[in-house]
Ligand binder design. Structure first.
Ligand SMILES: Nc1ncnc2c1ncn2[C@@H]1O[C@H](COP(=O)(O)OP(=O)(O)O)[C@@H](O)[C@H]1O
Ligand SMILES: [Mg+2]
Length: 259
């Protein structure tokens, strides 16, 4: 488990609109990489290209390569459904399936992937995934209750359990704490630090403290103006980005002096 991601000369389009231009980045396995930058610079758009979620939008496409352990996700004959199984995603708003129980939510991706499983294997996977998401102790006595009955922070950890149940290599998270209170945020941050033992983790965050707390590497994206493409400006160890960045725009952004 846990694979590297190498992106070469990636351009990302919505129809004719070039939203993100010329990204080159190497993301390391068993690490947390944070994407930061102002709203609209293309962080979410770029993140979604890493598991081929971008192209579900009509007219959306990419140019360039995204290599997962050297294999191009956009290569001929690659099945995007299998890509999304290897590269899972957690969204800004926790989105458990509202009519499903906690247990069914954890297994939702596994079932979609058509894996036949005995009841005892399923029970084991539910426990392992919920433990992996630091949620087991809180929900073990109510696995058959609706996932929507949990608190926001618990729902987000349930979504992480659902993501890890399919044994991905990479977990993408788009502002996973932005809808959560500080205590739930702390729980997710702790979890992210544990997840990197097993997965390649990429997180978009607007919270500078969060990026510096949880990530090993940070990528700063920026945009020159409305209608212009977003670009990767600087990528380095998180400590370097926050203390001695090489580019003025990075320094302005991380110190809150942009705009
Ligand atoms: N579904 C979409 N269709 C067309 N343009 C979009 C779509 N989603 C985002 N964009 C545009 O792509 C650019 C980057 O947006 P986004 O990736 O959401 O930025 P960020 O996550 O950094 O705030 C913006 O100009 C935004 O308006
Ligand atoms: Mg976004």
């Amino acid at each position: 488990m846990s694979k590297s991601i190498e992106v070469n000369n990636l351009n990302v389009y919505y129809g004719d609109f070039l939203a993100v231009e010329g990204v080159n980045i190497d993301i390391q396995p068993r690490s947390v990489t944070a994407f930061i930058g102002p709203s609209g610079c293309g962080k979410s758009t770029f993140l979604r290209t890493l598991n081929r979620m971008h192209e579900v939008i009509p007219g959306a496409r990419v140019e360039g390569e995204v290599l997962l352990d050297g294999k191009d996700l956009y290569g001929a004959g690659v099945d995007p459904v299998l890509v999304r199984r290897q590269v899972g995603m957690v969204f800004q708003r926790p989105n458990p399936f509202p009519t499903m129980s906690i247990r069914e939510n954890v297994l939702a991706g596994v079932k979609l992937n058509n894996r036949r499983m005995s009841k005892s294997d399923a029970d084991e996977l539910v426990e392992k995934s919920l433990r992996g998401a630091n949620l087991w102790n809180e929900v073990k006595d109510r696995l058959d209750r609706p996932g929507s009955g949990l608190s926001g922070g618990q729902q987000q950890r349930l979504c992480i359990a659902r993501a890890i149940a399919v044994s991905p290599e990479v977990i993408l998270m788009d502002e996973p704490c932005s809808a959560l209170d500080p205590i739930s945020t702390f729980a997710i941050e702790e979890l992210i630090s544990e997840l990197k033992n097993d997965y390649t983790v990429v997180i978009v965050t607007h919270n500078m403290q969060q990026a510096s707390r949880v990530s090993d590497k940070t990528a700063f994206f920026n945009i020159a103006g409305t209608g212009k493409p977003g670009k990767l400006i600087e990528y380095n160890d998180t400590a370097t980005i926050f203390t001695t960045p090489s580019v003025q725009a990075t320094e302005d952004y991380v110190s809150g002096r942009f705009g």
